[in-house]
Design a protein around this ligand. Structure first.
Ligand code: SF4
Length: 494
């Protein structure tokens, strides 16, 4: 781990460089200056995410779709919001956070996530059909002090990216702003229905600069309001316009189901989001978890293949659309498969239970009973760490959805308890609900995977992406020693 002094000096150096880059990328010669920005990003990502560095280079060539997209984001985003988001999300989370969490994972012999999702509240002001928050009721909340303690302890291990889910996090608007203000070196991504977004709130977010939004929306007014309630679609569009007025950064979060797939992937849908200033569109496969979940809402095999190809088409460097779309179930190959159990992320619910994933409700740890580090060392996380990866085919990344025999093994081996709020769900019940889907998807997943990866394995173009934590940690430690000397020198000169 880097010392506090070296960290502060490094952040300052990054901040100065970022000012220059944003200035250069806003001026008349900005096309020419883009190369400098790419050099900087490549340098930051070279060890921990070399694939991402290559992706940036491939996507941002002169005249490309993503070059225009980037310039539009720079032109239309409030300068303070843009700088703070890149500084906290790019430098603190993706660069320094990845390095520090890797070093700590090696030292502590447990997964240390660089992203944490947590639910400040189970309360929601909406009652969308099929949403887990509808089952949770309004009774559960993490206090401000608990949220603050979680963020502080996680930061000490290197984590700087926090995603707030729920419930509706903006039911706790004041606490969300207070938390973002106190931890102004972190980035907070709020998953929200946007119905509580107003002028005064946007003004505060603009002042702070370290909050971005993933807004729930599902297709047309008809498909959206059919599940989310009359008037919800109009509320979301009005919130987008307001966020755009204040130069904020936002995109969408959409669960695709057997019933809405066409509506949430149509040209009209994407074009409308783009017209309203959305920069990204996250897609999540419907997960039939918990009381009232229906296996019939899961996409058919044909629909899943269609979504996979459609999202890649929209995201493509050539053609496609000026929005960054990602399908978390089908894009597993770009993040090494399942990211849960603290490998990349984990989830804390509004009762404090620490779960491997927002969709996997089994745990041995609660932030109210133990330190954050002890929560990360809980048996179910260690078992995730030992079992991962469950499948070489990263179109079958999940220990619940596509490899349903794995989750019961992990849960029983670790004696993890169900953390469902309303009715406990046995892992066998969950297994039986998803097993037919897993069986029907398996042959298609194999065909699609072999089409792209004839050996059956993804061949990584660089060795580091696939290396063990201990190897990465050793390389990072050597580089950190060099950086420490460099920034110690800078500090003494100041
Ligand atoms: S447990 Fe399943 S849903 Fe959660 S991150 Fe892993 S693959 Fe995705």
């Amino acid at each position: 781990m880097q010392s506090k002094l070296a960290h502060a000096a490094e952040r300052k150096a990054f901040s100065v460089a970022l000012d220059q880059i944003i200035k250069a990328a806003s001026g008349p010669d900005r096309e020419k200056n883009l190369d400098k920005l790419l050099d900087m990003a490549s340098n930051l990502l070279k060890d921990t995410s070399p694939g991402a560095a290559r992706g940036l280079r491939n996507g941002l060539y002169p005249g490309s779709k993503y070059e225009k997209f980037l310039f539009q984001v720079i032109d239309e985003t409030d300068p303070h919001v843009l700088k703070t988001t890149v500084l906290n999300g790019g430098y603190e989370a993706a660069f320094r956070g990845l390095r520090d969490t890797t070093a700590n994972a090696d030292k502590e012999q447990c997964n240390v996530p660089w992203i944490i999702l947590f639910d400040p509240t189970s309360a929601c002001n909406k009652h969308c059909i099929g949403c887990w928050a509808a089952d949770y009721g309004n009774a559960l909340n993490l206090t401000f002090d608990e949220c603050d303690s979680l963020v502080s302890q996680a930061k000490a291990l290197g984590t700087h990216l926090f995603m707030l889910t729920g419930g509706e996090p903006l039911v706790r608007k004041k606490d969300v702003l207070r938390l973002a203000e106190k931890h102004n070196d972190c980035l907070f991504n709020i998953f929200t229905n946007a119905s509580l977004v107003d002028d005064a709130f946007c003004k505060e977010v603009q002042r702070l600069g370290n909050i971005v939004f993933s807004v729930s929306v599902e297709g047309t007014e008809e498909t959206n309001d059919g599940r989310r309630g009359e008037g919800s679609y109009e509320e979301v569009m009005a919130a987008f316009d307001l966020m755009h007025k204040y130069g904020l950064l936002y995109g969408t979060s959409t669960a695709y189901t057997r019933l809405n797939i066409e509506a949430v992937t149509s040209d009209d849908y994407f074009d409308n989001l783009i017209a309203h200033g959305c920069r990204f569109a996250w897609f999540f496969h419907y997960m039939p978890v918990g009381e009232g979940a229906s296996a019939d809402l899961m996409p058919t095999v044909e629909q899943r293949e269609y979504v996979m190809k459609r999202i890649r088409e929209v995201r493509a460097v050539k053609g496609g659309k000026p929005i960054f779309a990602m399908d978390f179930q089908n894009d597993g190959e770009f993040v090494g498969g399942c990211i849960a159990g603290g490998r990349v992320y984990c989830h804390v619910n509004a009762r404090g239970d620490v779960e491997p994933c927002v969709f996997i409700h089994y745990s041995n740890a609660n932030i109210r009973d133990m330190s954050w580090l002890d929560c990360l060392k809980q048996p179910i996380f260690q078992s995730y760490r030992a079992h991962y990866p469950w499948n070489d085919n990263l179109l079958q990344p999940c220990p619940m959805l596509e490899n349903p025999e794995i989750l019961p093994e992990i849960v029983h081996q670790t004696d993890a308890k169900s953390t469902q709020y309303t009715a406990e769900e046995s892992v066998e019940t969950l297994h039986d609900r998803v097993a037919p889907y897993a069986a029907s998807w398996a042959p298609e997943a194999k065909r699609l995977w072999l089409d792209e990866h004839p050996t059956g394995k993804k061949i990584y173009a660089d060795a580091m992406s696939n290396e063990k934590i201990s190897v990465k940690a050793k390389l990072i430690a050597e580089e950190e020693a060099e950086a420490e000397k460099k920034y110690a020198g800078v500090d003494q000169q100041q």
